[in-house]
Each structure stands twice: as C-alpha cells, then as structure tokens.
Design a protein around this ligand. Structure first.
Ligand code: FAD
Length: 422
C-alpha cells in the first residue's frame, strides 16, 4: 500500500498552502476535482475574468503576501482601494450602513439616530440578532443589518452566535458613527486589496506550481477515512496509509467519511448556507462607474450582492458577479434565479434594459458561509481534540468550520505544518 507522512485531503488554497509549507516533502494532496484550487478557481471567457464570486486578497501579514509578490510581475496585479456601496431605496450610500446613516433621507436618519441613542445597553448578548439590536438600535438593524444578513446567511439571525462574523463585522460605537458624519473614516479589514489580472486562480496556480511534480493528485476523491488504521480509500478502491491526515474538505463532507458515531453526530448538526453565483458578461458598461461591489438589502431583489470585475480590472464592459443565499437544504432553481437576476439588474438601474448578455457562468458554492453558534462550536472543538489524538487535523474555512479569509486559511496551514514538523 502506498504510504505518505502527510496526506492532505483537498487541493484548495488550504491544502496547497500546507503542501508548500512542507515544500512538498513526504506530502501528497488528494483533490477530487479535475483541477486544484477549490473555491479559488478562475475561468477566463474572452475578455471576462471570473472567479467563484469575488475572491480578493486582503493581506494582513507579510509571509504569504511576499510569497505571491515574489512570483508575480507587478504589471500582472491590480492594487485597489475598496469602493463599495449599499443600494438602499434606489440610492447608493457608503458601506458600512451603520457608519453612514447621515446619508439617508432626513426622516430615516432621525429614526436611526434616535434608536441608536435610546437602545438598551447590555453587557452581553444572546445571539447575533440580539447583538445587532443591542449595539445599533432598531432602525439601523431593520433597515439594513437584518434584511441584508438574512439574505446572505439564509437563516434566522437568532440562530447565529453573537460573534458569528468575528473580525469581519464592521463594529462601530455611537461616537464613531457621529464623528463619521463630518469626516468619513469607513475603515474595515478589507480597505485595500490585491487582485491578479488573471483572477484569484492565478495565485493558486503559483502555489501549485511551486510544488514538485506529483504532490497534487487531481481526480482523486477520498470516499472513506479509517482514522484508527490511518488509511484512506479512494473512489477507485485504492488505499493510502499516512502518519498524519490533514483535512481541508468541508467538515459536513469529511466527518461522515470516517463512519464514526461521534463524527456523524457532529456532522448532522452543522448549519450553513449555500450561495448561487452568476457571473455575467455584457456587451456594454453598467450604469455605475467605479464601485467594486454593492450590497443589496431589499428583499424584493433576489441577490444580496453584486460585484463588478470590470471596475476592478479597469475594463469597459460590465463583468458582474451576483450572489444569492440559500438555506442548506434549499432547492435551487437556477433558471428562475437567472431570469429574476436579469430583471432585477434592470429594475435597480444597474443595467440598461437593452444591454445584451453575451456570456454567463453559474456556480453553486455549497457550503458557502458556515453558521457559527456556540453549541456546535463547542462540539466541534471537543471532536477535534479526539481526532488530533489520532493524528487527524482539520483546517481551512470549511475544514475548521469557521469564518475566515484565504490568507487565514494559508496561515492556518503553515502553522499546522510548523507544529507537526517540530
Ligand atoms: C461568496 C464567497 C466569497 C468569498 N470571497 C472571499 C474573498 O474575497 N477573499 C478571501 O480571502 N476569501 C473569500 N472567501 C473565502 C474563501 O473562499 C475560502 O476561505 C477559501 O477558498 C477556502 O479554501 P479551502 O482550501 O480551505 O477550501 P476549499 O476551497 O473548499 O477546498 C477544499 C477542497 O477539497 C476538495 N474535496 C472535498 N471533498 C473531497 C474528497 N472527498 N476527496 C478529495 N478532495 C475533496 C474540494 O474539491 C476542494 O477543492 C469567500 C467565500 C465565499 C463563499
């Protein structure tokens, strides 16, 4: 039987980063798809460069940033200062909503301000919804934070942990909100970002190409993982044994592969959404000129976010990505959603009605956003302690079941290699 020290399940950014940290030594990455990259793949169609929804790099540390910058020509990159807006009642206002209530009509602004100052202060919050009401007051929540996040997460917000979005949530206190009215300071974790002109998949190709031949095996789906025998079985029936198993596949797919009762129990309780993505290429520009993406809280509109690759890449014709949230068991009707999307793009004034769609692509991200809640989180951490004792480690956004960026995934991967190799 083939044997390897580090067997990595999944060739997305986490799996490839782990293999890079190991410099490919004693390491095999098994990827079920024909192509590595996971959610960081890019498809180029004519002049349109499309990812699996926008995938931008907001580096906060030097290690992985330097890895990429040393391998990519400056002329192949764009550096952007984020320009994002909220489409609210036909008007574009700056993001985040809570920091820009002064841009609303006077009555709505007064409602938001009044509720912000008259809300009941609390020391702690029961859940995400409770936190939103407690920190921002009824009007800010009900005009934007609730409808937008319900569209995105496709779940009742009381089911999410108060800290479900971690550092990605744009917190703001009363003082910051008031000061922002005079001097805009809409800072967030993703103020600036890097993007390769050939898409996020280009970065991932650099990760893959830095590895010795044969370390990444595509078209290799793991169907069973016997964690006590330290072997995995592939779809073709072959078996591979390992010293360490590093899982990066979504936990809801991976845990059942072990057949263990404790794993199955945790897998059953995992909650998450899925996101239907349309990439749309038009024969002319959109009616907006500079926004990188816009947030759409209106529940009459099927999508919660629309992005503009052409604004990021400095191209003329509209190259859009559309994101639509679904509950985990929601039935996806792609045809109806595409029809509604095209209509809504016209109704919202983003596209002219005679603009011609000349290319499109549909992707289903399943899972997309994991629903963080304290009980599942505790159960996962306890299970991981058990699995770690068997030399099984689960990392990445979906392997660790967390809300994190591509860079966080790479950091998680290199930290794990560091720990295991010592
Ligand atoms: C809508 C959306 C927008 C996002 N935008 C950004 C952004 O702008 N910036 C950012 O930093 N992050 C963004 N992210 C997050 C980013 O996509 C993830 O953090 C990252 O792609 C996770 O990579 P991964 O390798 O951990 O997982 P994945 O990319 O899911 O890779 C896991 C791999 O495992 C493989 N696999 C699964 N099962 C098996 C099996 N049985 N056998 C073998 N292989 C298997 C899969 O095919 C896949 O290739 C976004 C996420 C979403 C949902």
């Amino acid at each position: 039987m083939e044997h390897v020290k580090y067997l990595v399940l999944g060739g997305g950014i986490s799996g490839l980063a782990f293999a890079n940290a190991a410099q490919g030594r004693d390491c095999l990455v098994l990827e079920k798809d024909r192509e590595a990259g996971g959610y960081c793949k890019t498809k180029i169609e004519g002049d349109f460069v499309w990812d699996y929804a926008g995938h931008f790099f907001h580096f906060k540390t030097e290690r992985w940033k330097n890895f990429f910058l040393s391998k990519i020509k400056e002329s192949d990159l764009v550096h952007q200062e984020k320009c994002t807006k909220i489409l609210y009642r036909g008007k574009l206002i700056d993001y985040p909503f809570q920091m820009n209530i002064h841009q609303l009509e006077k009555d709505e602004f007064i409602d938001c301000l009044y509720d912000l100052f008259s809300k009941t202060e609390k020391d702690d919050y029961d859940n995400f919804s409770d936190m939103l009401y407690g920190k921002f007051g009824k009007s800010i929540v009900e005009k934007f934070l609730r409808p937008y996040n319900e569209k995105l997460y496709a779940v009742d917000l009381t089911a999410l942990d108060k800290d479900a979005m971690g550092r990605f949530f744009p917190y703001a206190n009363k003082e910051q909100i008031v000061l922002n009215m005079k001097k805009a300071k809409n800072t967030s974790y993703n103020d600036t970002f890097l993007y390769p002109k050939r898409g996020a998949g280009f970065f991932v190709a650099l990760l893959k190409n830095a590895l010795p031949e044969g370390v990444v095996r595509t078209g290799s789906e793991v169907c069973r993982a016997d964690v006590s025998k330290k072997t995995v079985t592939l779809r073709d029936g072959s078996e591979i044994s390992y010293d360490y198993l590093i899982n990066t596949a979504p936990l809801n797919h991976f845990l059942p592969l072990t057949g263990r009762e404790d794993c199955l129990g945790v897998a059953r309780n995992l909650s998450y959404n899925k996101v239907l993505v349309f990439n749309l290429g038009y024969d002319r520009p959109a009616n907006l000129t500079s926004e990188h993406w816009i947030y759409v809280p209106d529940k009459q509109v099927n999508f919660y976010r629309v992005g503009f690759y052409n604004h990021i890449l400095g191209k003329k014709n509209a190259s859009l990505y559309i994101e639509i949230g679904y509950p985990k068991n929601g039935v996806v009707d792609e045809k109806a959603q595409l029809r509604d999307t095209l209509e809504n793009l016209v109704k919202t004034g983003i596209m002219d009605k005679d603009a011609r769609l000349i290319a499109s692509q549909t992707i289903l991200m399943d899972p997309a956003y994991v629903h963080i809640n304290a009980d599942t989180d505790r159960a996962i951490r306890l299970l991981f302690e058990e699995l770690n004792r068997e030399n099984v480690f689960s990392i990445g956004r979906y392997g660790a079941w967390t809300y994190c960026s591509m860079e966080d995934c790479m950091i998680m991967a290199s930290d794990l290699y560091q720990k295991l190799s010592q």
